[in-house]
Write a protein that binds this ligand. Structure first.
Ligand SMILES: Cc1cc2nc3c(=O)[nH]c(=O)nc-3n(C[C@H](O)[C@H](O)[C@H](O)COP(=O)(O)OP(=O)(O)OC[C@H]3O[C@@H](n4cnc5c(N)ncnc54)[C@H](O)[C@@H]3O)c2cc1C
Length: 467
C-alpha cells in the first residue's frame, strides 16, 4: 500500500511530498489541474518572507523573530495563533537551503517591488520556476504525480484517513496530507459567504480571482461536514485591488495596481474613502480588495499624475490617461464636478515636506477626510492617469484547525494520520490581514512538517502491520 497520499499540487503539497519522500516514504501527489496548469496559486507567487539575524545572500539587514511576529500581530489584529505563527517564522529562517537543494534559485528584490529587499527572498523565475523545480525534484526522487485528479471525498474512520476518491476510483494510503488550497474559486460559496449588502448587491459577483480556477474548496467543505475542526471566517481572505480589466481567473501578479500610495483612490461617486498612505504598501496592499468590495458597485479608481510614474511596478494594461482632471473624470465615467472637487480638496490639503516613498515620510494632508498620512503630494502634473479597480481574491482564510504537528483535528483531538498544510490551514496564522510573502512561508513550513509527520505515521503503521 502507498505510504503517503498528498492531495494538491502547489507549494504546500510539493513541500509535503518532498519531505515525506526524503523521510523514506512512498508518495503520490493527486493534482486536480492538468499538467499545464499545475501548481495552484503557488505558480503566481514571487517571494517568501524570511526571518534572518544577519544579512543573507539576497536579503539585506536583519529581520528578527520579534519584528516578524510584531508585523504579523499588527496585520492580523491579534487574530493569529502565536505558537503556530512562531513555527512559521522560525522555519522561514532555515528553509532556503532546503529549497535550494530542490532546485529553487533566489534573487534580490527588484526595484519597485514593495520595499521588500530586507524581508522577502524572491524566486528566480517566480513561482512558476519554483513549482517546476519542485516537480522535477519530486519526480527524480520517485514521487508519483497524477494530474487531472480532483479528489472529491475521503473515507475516514473515527478521524483516521483510509482512502481518497477521484470520482469512483478509491485510492488507499497509510497517511494523507491535505494541501488543496482555499475555496476562492468557488464563486457560489463566495457569494453565499459574502451575502447581500445594504444596497441589495451581492458583492462577490464582482470579485475577480487572481489565481487558479482549481481551488474550489471541495475537500475543505467535505472535511468540515465530516466533523473536522475549522478555523476562520469565510469572508476573510487575502484580497487586493486589481485592474478591473483582469480576467476572471489567473490574472496573476501583473494585474495588481500598486500605485495607490502614490495617488488617491475614489469610488463610483468620485469620493475618497480611505487613507491611501496609511503604511508601507507591503503592509497595506492586501486591505484594498476588501475596501473596494465595500464600495458601491465594488469598483474604485486609482488616480495618479506624472510624478508617480516609474515609482511603482506598472500593471500589464496601461491606465486611462488624460491631459486634465475633468477629461480624466469623463474618460473614467465619473461625475466630473464631484471628481474635480474631490481632487481640489485633496490637493489643497497636502502639506508637502520631504517626499520619500521608501520611508513613512512627512508628506500628509491637513483638513480633509479621510486624511492621507504619508506620501501626500498634490495631483497636479499632467498627464493624469486612472485605473479602474475591482476586488481581486488571492486566497480565502477559512481552513482546518491544526497544531504544530500539522494534524487535522476532530472535536479537539488530532488525527493520527491526516495532516493539513498551506491555504487549507493558513487561517490558523492569518485570522485576517496579510503581510507580503507569508503565504509561502506558511505553506513551506507546514508542508514540510505535514510531509515529515505523514511519513512517520505511515512507517509506524507499516511496522505495526509487519509485527
Ligand atoms: C497572484 C498571486 C500572487 C501571490 N504572490 C505571493 C507571493 O509572492 N508570496 C507569498 O507568500 N504568497 C503569494 N501568494 C499566495 C500564495 O499563492 C499562497 O499562499 C500559496 O501558494 C498557497 O500554497 P498552497 O499549496 O496551499 O495552495 P496552491 O498553490 O493554490 O495549491 C493548491 C493545489 O490544490 C489543487 N487542488 C485543489 N482542489 C483539489 C482537489 N479537490 N483535489 C486535488 N487537488 C486539488 C490545486 O489544483 C492546486 O494545485 C500569491 C497568490 C496569488 C494568487
Amino acid at each position: 500500500m502507498l505510504d503517503v497520499l498528498v492531495i494538491g499540487g502547489g507549494n504546500a503539497a510539493l513541500c509535503a511530498a518532498l519531505a515525506a519522500r526524503e523521510a523514506g516514504a512512498s508518495v503520490r501527489i493527486l493534482e486536480a489541474a492538468p499538467r499545464e496548469w499545475r501548481g495552484g496559486n503557488s505558480q503566481h507567487t514571487r517571494n517568501l518572507r524570511c526571518m534572518h539575524d544577519a544579512p543573507q545572500d539576497v536579503l539585506t539587514g536583519v529581520y528578527g523573530e520579534e519584528e516578524y511576529w510584531q508585523d504579523l500581530l499588527k496585520v492580523t489584529d491579534g487574530l493569529t495563533d502565536e505558537a503556530l505563527a512562531r513555527v512559521v517564522i522560525r522555519a522561514s529562517s532555515n528553509c532556503r537551503d532546503w529549497m535550494r537543494r530542490h532546485g529553487v534559485h533566489f534573487q534580490p528584490s527588484l526595484t519597485g517591488a514593495l520595499h521588500t529587499a530586507r524581508t522577502n527572498a524572491f524566486f528566480m523565475g517566480g513561482g512558476k520556476a519554483l513549482v517546476n523545480a519542485y516537480y522535477r525534484s519530486a519526480e527524480r526522487l520517485g514521487v508519483q504525480v497524477r494530474y487531472d485528479a480532483p479528489v472529491d471525498r475521503l473515507e475516514l474512520d473515527h478521524g483516521q484517513f483510509r482512502a481518497a476518491f477521484v470520482g469512483a476510483e478509491r485510492i488507499e494510503a497509510r497517511s494523507c496530507v491535505l494541501a488543496a488550497g482555499g475555496f476562492e474559486s468557488d464563486r457560489e460559496w463566495l457569494r453565499a459567504a459574502w451575502g447581500r449588502n445594504e444596497r441589495g448587491e451581492y458583492p462577490a459577483d464582482n470579485f475577480l480571482i487572481r489565481g487558479t480556477r482549481y481551488n474550489r474548496g471541495t475537500l475543505l467543505k467535505f472535511m468540515i461536514e465530516a466533523g473536522a475542526d475549522a478555523v476562520g471566517d469565510p469572508t476573510q481572505a487575502h484580497m487586493v485591488a486589481v485592474d478591473a480589466r483582469a480576467p476572471l481567473f489567473d490574472g496573476g501578479i501583473c494585474t495588481r495596481i500598486d500605485c495607490v500610495s502614490l495617488g488617491v483612490v475614489v469610488n463610483r461617486e468620485a469620493r475618497r474613502f480611505y487613507d491611501e498612505g496609511e503604511d508601507y504598501w507591503p503592509k497595506r496592499y492586501a486591505i484594498w480588495g476588501r475596501l473596494v468590495a465595500q464600495q458601491p458597485g465594488q469598483i474604485a479608481y486609482a488616480i495618479i499624475d506624472a510624478q508617480a510614474v516609474g515609482r511603482f511596478m506598472p500593471p500589464v494594461f496601461p491606465g486611462i490617461t488624460a491631459a486634465t482632471l475633468p477629461e480624466l473624470a469623463h474618460r473614467l465615467g465619473l461625475d466630473e464636478a464631484t471628481f474635480v472637487q474631490t481632487l481640489a480638496r485633496y490637493n489643497a490639503a497636502c502639506r508637502v515636506g520631504h517626499f520619500d516613498h521608501t520611508a513613512l515620510d512627512d508628506c500628509h494632508t491637513d483638513g480633509v477626510e479621510p486624511a492621507k498620512t504619508h506620501w501626500a503630494r498634490p495631483i497636479d502634473t499632467p498627464p493624469f492617469r486612472g485605473y479602474a479597480l475591482r476586488p481581486g481574491v488571492t486566497f480565502t482564510y477559512l481552513g482546518l484547525k491544526t497544531d504544530a504537528h500539522a494534524a487535522v483535528h476532530f472535536a479537539g483531538r488530532p488525527s493520527d494520520n491526516l495532516y493539513v498544510a498551506g491555504e487549507m490551514m493558513a487561517g490558523n496564522v492569518l485570522g485576517k490581514g496579510y503581510t507580503a510573502g507569508v503565504g509561502m512561508s506558511i505553506g513551506t513550513a507546514f508542508g514540510r512538517i505535514a510531509g515529515t509527520r505523514a511519513a512517520a505515521a505511515a512507517m509506524q503503521e507499516r511496522d505495526r502491520a509487519a509485527a
